[in-house]
Design a binder for this molecule. Structure first.
Ligand SMILES: [Zn+2]
Length: 82
């Protein structure tokens, strides 16, 4: 990941910062799932995390191969690879 943005153009810096924000949000979702039990896999539930849009309720559906998620604040959805 790009740690030092000084060597990049504004165009590139904007791209890397967006990726960083999304990565941090996905890490927060992943961390929130670190304590779930086996019975919560393959069920849909909500966690509260700091998403790219701010504090938000995020729906998660943990599978063994990854976690599906959707932010109920901004509507962004995706898959976090397991
Ligand atoms: Zn969001």
């Amino acid at each position: 990941m790009a740690e030092d943005y000084e060597n990049y153009s504004d165009y590139e810096r904007d791209f890397f910062m967006a990726v960083d924000r999304n990565t941090l949000s996905e890490q927060a979702i992943f961390d929130a799932l670190s304590t779930i039990g086996d019975d919560q896999y393959y069920t849909l539930f909500e966690v509260e995390v700091e998403h790219v849009c701010g504090p938000a309720h995020v729906q998660v559906f943990p599978e063994r191969a990854g976690t599906l998620y959707r932010c109920l604040n901004c509507g962004v959805s995706g898959i976090i690879g397991g």
